[in-house]
Write a protein that binds this ligand. Structure first.
Ligand SMILES: Nc1ncnc2c1ncn2[C@@H]1O[C@H](COP(=O)(O)OP(=O)(O)OP(=O)(O)O)[C@@H](O)[C@H]1O
Ligand SMILES: [Mg+2]
Length: 285
């Protein structure tokens, strides 16, 4: 099928140009997607289940290969080139719905896995240089979990685990964070805390974020920009305040809209603890 002409925006963001994805089983998951994710913006992907959010998100670092069109990095060029893709992936971090942490490892060890991309193999990563440990600990401090550095992650709450997931992403020192329903397994209060924290950190570090969510309420509260998908197409791309009833109708096509409320500020009542290295920490890694 033919797409509309691609966007002609000035360069500077990650550009998705006429991207289509048809899975091997014939499902058309994305059609003619034209969108640019500008540097430092916090964009939320909204849409019903099956609309194509994960497919679009995963195509941004070619975890899903577009069957048409291209994704172009502002720094490295079209990701079709193996070198550009390698460089782009190194500075792109993923935050998953189910954390994907190594459960029997400590929070600190999990965060350190975010550094593996810089070291090639696990073996070349040891002995751990002190700056790596300090960076990992600093990342845990930023998500308010310095005091849990040595706790096994399977002994942490779901919200704490997701914060470890964010710390691991940060340890990668990314310029782009992709998060696929990062709060889908969390209660409303914890969801708001985690999203607030993610947004705050991305803003502080100038990280571009693309986050898929089911909760319209959170999208309107946290997003600089919303990209709405329906039936494998982008049907809205604009500021949250421009998301009119008519445009919402296009995204949700008459279905019940997911909406959740949750008061509370980022980090809640928890008091961040200043991290201190102990010999025990170094030995147990
Ligand atoms: N690996 C795959 N192989 C075949 N079809 C797939 C694959 N992944 C997704 N699909 C299909 O592609 C379409 C879009 O799926 P996608 O996961 O992108 O939707 P989504 O908006 O993320 O949905 P959800 O909100 O449920 O996560 C759906 O019809 C889905 O069944
Ligand atoms: Mg999905």
């Amino acid at each position: 099928m033919r797409c509309e002409p691609a966007l002609k925006s000035p360069p500077g963001g990650l550009r998705v140009s006429n991207v289509g994805v048809t899975y091997p089983n014939g499902v058309v998951a994305l059609q003619c997607a034209n969108v640019e994710f500008r540097k430092g913006e916090f964009t939320v992907l909204l849409g019903l289940s099956g609309a194509g959010k994960s497919t679009l998100l995963r195509s941004l670092n070619l975890l899903v290969r577009p069957t048409s069109g291209e994704v172009v990095s502002p720094e490295f060029g079209a990701l079709g080139s193996a070198k550009a893709l390698r460089q782009h992936r190194r500075q792109t971090a993923f935050v998953f719905q189910h954390h994907q942490l190594i459960e029997r490892f400590s929070a600190l060890a999990n965060v350190l896995t975010g550094r593996l991309g810089y070291h090639g193999t696990l073996r070349s990563f040891f002995p751990l240089p002190r700056p790596e440990l300090e960076l990992a600990l600093h990342c845990l401090e930023r998500v308010g979990l310095a005091d849990k550095a040595m706790s096994r992650v399977d002994q942490l709450s779901g919200g704490q685990q997701q914060r470890v997931g964010i710390a691991r992403a940060l340890a990668q020192q990314p310029t782009l964070i992709l998060a696929d329903e990062p709060v889908a397994s969390l209660d409303p209060a914890t969801s708001e805390k985690v999203l607030g924290l993610l947004r705050q950190i991305c803003k502080e570090d100038g990280i571009t974020a693309v986050v898929s969510l089911h909760q319209l309420e959170y999208a309107q509260r946290f997003a600089d920009r919303i990209v709405g998908l329906a039936n494998a197409r982008i049907v809205f791309d604009g500021a949250a305040r421009d998301l009119s009833e008519a445009r919402l109708g296009e995204i949700y096509a008459g279905h019940k809209r997911p909406n959740e409320q949750a008061p509370e500020s980022p980090m809640g009542g928890e008091i961040p603890v200043k991290p201190v290295f102990t010999p025990e920490m170094e030995m147990s890694l």
